[in-house]
Design a binder for this molecule. Structure first.
Ligand code: MG
Length: 163
């Protein structure tokens, strides 16, 4: 019987002027970007934390401390790649992940396939294993007011039988 592990990841960042908007590893044309210690990619961060959680590892903040200058402005796909490397080292592989972006803008649908390819590419897995979807919050809360974006992700791991 293969052993399964599920993990949850949640992230949020504020919109700010003068920074590019990076979501799911895709730079999207938008008047404002997400402000963060790294590139502010809430989708990559939520997914990274879901993977780490499922493997019983520490959270993304512990793995890549925001007071560590090496992760300043970091490409979040590189952080995802390193986290998944640690997940594999712990003896797991990804079954599938599902990510949801919460916000009114931008529209995610035109970019979701590219996001799937980028996120999966960082882990060297089939894009079919990584889903990205979006929802608005009916203009409620900080995402509804357009102050920022949030993302949630779940990841399912199984014990890597080949490892
Ligand atoms: Mg974050």
């Amino acid at each position: 019987m293969s052993e399964l592990r599920v993990g949850l990841g949640v992230d949020a960042h504020a919109f700010g002027e003068g920074v590019p908007l990076v979501l799911g590893g895709v730079t999207i044309e938008h008047p404002r970007g997400l402000v963060g210690h790294s590139d502010g990619d809430v989708v990559a961060h939520a997914l990274t934390d879901a993977l780490l959680g499922a493997a019983g590892l520490a959270d993304i903040g512990a793995l890549f401390p925001s007071d560590d200058s090496t992760s300043r402005g970091a490409d979040s796909l590189a952080l995802l790649a390193e986290a998944y490397r640690q997940v594999q080292e712990a003896g797991y592989e990804l079954v599938n992940a599902d990510c949801v972006v919460l916000g009114e803008e931008p529209r995610v649908a035109p970019h979701r396939n590219t996001m799937r390819v980028r996120l999966a590419g960082a882990m060297a897995v089939d894009p079919k294993r990584v889903n990205v979807r979006a929802t608005t919050t009916d203009r409620l809360g900080f995402t509804g007011r357009g102050e920022g974006l949030a993302a949630e992700a779940v990841a399912l791991l199984r014990v890597d039988a080949t490892g």
